[in-house]
Design a protein around this ligand. Structure first.
Ligand code: FAD
Length: 290
């Protein structure tokens, strides 16, 4: 069982608990991006097991009629074992999800994985087409999306490359400590880059822009750009972070909450708690029972 402090950030250990959480979100007009926690596998069995769980999850989402999609990590689907393993498992998950009409996001990991992830996404996006449908008879919400990171110096060029690729793009600031030759280190610089990327996307993309940020300044900028260009967008935030803002924004905009679950929750929880001092206090208060 997930202990009370961690269950602010993690929906539960199994898919049933995650989907119960999604149901509660949907009742407040917030959709969900469900992620099974797991990454950097160095052997095949956990890769196979997680890929199988994602395929089953897509079926569960479709059968329950929930507003939800899934998000996978490349190293969870075997990228550390080789690009061939990653592609085989990723295609298996996206095919199964498409049959159920469920959308699949591909998270972006550290800069050494960007090329393999981007190439796989581009191929899949072209296969699953403009409307998110592939040539076979699949549900209307099927399709793929990719996360791009504003801290990477290469991302401007990647975002231009993605302008004529179907599928959605999630813009985030970047969660990995990257070397200075490939990534901006200063948060002001990353914020400026994030805004520049959004400006490009709202001007050049047909839609499918996801603002993956809790930053009120970035969300306000996206709303301004949406009003200026009319381009469709959605706001994505993590479970346990600015949830009141998520519910408020959902009254006017499309909002998704990223909902992690699974028994590998400890390192994810640790990351959430340590990334902000307010979260450390929250955890300490909960431990002390105050
Ligand atoms: P920050 O720059 O951390 O903070 C800016 C402002 O936002 C703060 O000053 C505060 O006003 C507000 N804020 C931020 N956090 C909180 C909080 N806990 N409580 C209250 N206010 C807060 N990164 C990747 O590298 N790859 C991915 O695939 C990826 N996927 C993501 C998916 C989603 C849906 C989200 C939301 C993030 C994802 N990230 C991913 C993480 C991302 O890169 C950032 O590390 C993370 O979102 C923190 O940046 P930020 O833009 O939210 O705000």
């Amino acid at each position: 069982m997930i202990p009370p402090i961690a269950n602010r950030f993690v929906a539960g250990e199994g898919p049933a608990q995650a989907l119960e959480h999604v149901q509660r979100l949907n009742e407040r007009n917030v959709a969900a991006i469900v992620n099974l926690l797991g990454e950097h596998y160095d052997e095949r069995p956990p890769v196979r097991s997680d890929a199988g769980e994602y395929r089953a999850l897509a079926g569960d989402i479709a059968n329950s009629d929930l507003e939800a999609c899934i998000s996978v990590k490349p190293s969870q689907l075997g990228l550390d074992l080789g690009e061939d393993v990653f592609r085989e498992e990723l295609w298996g998950v996206v095919d199964a999800a498409a049959e159920h009409g469920v959308f699949v996001w591909i998270d972006m990991e550290d800069y050494t994985t960007t090329d393999a992830t981007l190439d796989a996404f581009e191929e899949l996006a072209r296969e699953y087409g403009e409307t998110g449908r592939s040539s076979s008879d699949q549900g209307s919400d099927a399709g793929v999306g990719l996360c791009v990171q504003a801290n990477l110096k290469r991302t401007r060029a990647d975002v231009e490359r993605l302008a004529d690729v179907p599928g959605k793009v999630r813009f985030v600031k970047g969660a990995y400590n990257e070397p200075a030759d490939v990534a901006y280190q200063d948060s002001e610089r990353i914020n400026r880059e994030y805004e520049t990327l959004l400006e490009y996307a709202f001007e050049h993309y047909d839609g499918g822009i996801a603002v993956g940020s809790h930053d009120p300044a970035m969300i306000d900028r996206a709303i301004e750009l949406h009003e200026q260009h009319g381009t469709d967008f959605e706001i994505q935030m993590l479970m346990g972070v600015r949830e009141t803002a998520q519910y408020d924004l959902a009254e006017e905009y499309s909002v998704y909450q990223y909902v992690p679950y699974g028994d590998r929750w400890k390192s994810y929880f640790y990351r959430r708690v340590t990334e902000r001092k307010e979260n450390v206090w929250f955890a300490l208060r909960a431990i002390l029972g105050r």
